[in-house]
Design a binder for this molecule. Structure first.
Ligand SMILES: [Zn+2]
Ligand SMILES: [Zn+2]
Length: 346
């Protein structure tokens, strides 16, 4: 079968690989139909993840945001999975016995294995995954169903933020995850200001219903955010850009007793004024992947807001075009919101 294999940093090739084979105990075989490419794929592809995810990074078939058709169900799987139905895949395999697992936070399992990162993912014609990680999506089309995974990060973010109806949230970064956070926050009844420096990205926030701010080179983000929220500052600030200095900005912008959610990835340091955390009692909380119930909530949100969210998919490519697609998406961040690989009929 065909697969897009990342062979070394910056080197991806579409080639023949051995068949995925029959599903084992508790496994299913999925035929991927749509696979989204995201910022963490770009980091992996470029070799920027380093020791954050382990040492045996290459070769690897990437692809962790996907939907596909169930082709086969192995022995010992939960009843009710139907051959041929479309599913989205929660990419988290957790050990079940480490500290995070014991307290119900399998998304940050100390021994985590993520589909498309620690094990081969969906940029191939068939992939085996644990049956308890597949979620039937009903009538949802494949590209929309492939958005459930990035939207699940947003669900995790608003859950971690304890975001409530009537609260104000500023979202820094109007990429796909920022847009998804805005959507999830509005769905919870919060008011949302979506901020970015790239006007074309901010404009897309119209479709999800957020208030918008395009930041000019000389604009003061803290002043602009306070002007929107009132003098106390917003209760919650989501950092979804991965620009380290913006964590400092978020801490300065947020209200006393507020919450700062760090969603963007970066390997850089960002110094904080420690007294801000103590004196103003700011919670700074990280967000990674999500738990199974949050993935199910994301599936529901995508189904309810499919039209607004479908607009995030700006580019589609075939499996054969994947190496070009990832290169193009990395080079054109203002133009490419979400690039989707389509494998239908592959
Ligand atoms: Zn992703
Ligand atoms: Zn664990």
């Amino acid at each position: 079968m065909r697969a897009a294999v990342t062979e070394a940093p910056g080197a991806m090739r579409v080639t023949d690989v051995p068949e995925a084979g029959e599903p084992g105990d508790g496994e299913v075989l999925v035929r991927p139909e749509a696979v989204g490419l995201c910022g963490s794929d770009f980091h992996y592809f470029l070799g920027h993840l380093g020791d954050a995810v382990g040492t045996d990074l290459y070769p690897r078939v990437q692809g962790h945001e996907f939907a596909g058709a169930l082709e086969a169900v192995g022995p010992g799987c939960p009843a009710g999975l139907r051959i041929g139905e479309r599913v989205a895949v929660w990419p988290v395999t957790a050990c079940g016995h480490c500290y995070p697992c014991r307290i119900g936070r399998r998304n940050v399992c100390s021994n985590i294995s993520l589909v498309g990162i620690h094990r081969d993912g969906a940029l191939q014609e068939r992939v085996r995954v644990p049956a308890d990680q597949v979620f039937p999506v009903g009538e949802l089309d494949a590209p929309a169903a492939a958005l459930i995974e990035p939207v699940s990060i947003a669900i995790r973010a608003v859950v971690r933020a304890r975001l409530e109806t009537g609260e104000q949230a500023v979202v820094l970064g109007a990429g796909p995850v920022g847009q998804a956070i805005a959507t999830a926050a509005l769905d919870r009844g919060a008011s949302v200001l979506l901020v970015d420096r790239v006007a074309s990205r901010v404009e897309r926030g119209k479709a999800v219903g957020a208030e918008l701010l395009t930041l000019g080179a000389d604009d003061d983000l803290v002043a602009a955010g306070r002007e929107w929220s009132g003098t106390e500052g917003p209760e919650v600030v989501f950092e979804a850009t991965g620009v380290p200095e913006l964590v400092q900005t978020a801490v300065r912008l947020v209200s006393q007793a507020g919450r700062v959610l760090v969603v963007g990835l970066s390997a850089q340091d960002a110094p904080l004024r420690v007294g801000d955390l103590a004196f103003r009692e700011i919670d700074v909380l990280g967000v990674s992947c999500c738990n199974g119930d949050e993935f199910a909530e994301a599936a529901s949100l995508v189904a309810r807001r499919r039209e607004a969210l479908a607009g995030l998919v700006t580019h589609e490519f075939s499996l054969a075009e994947t190496p070009m697609a990832i290169d193009y998406a990395i080079r054109h961040p203002a133009e490419v919101m979400k690039a989707m690989i389509r494998l239908e009929g592959a």
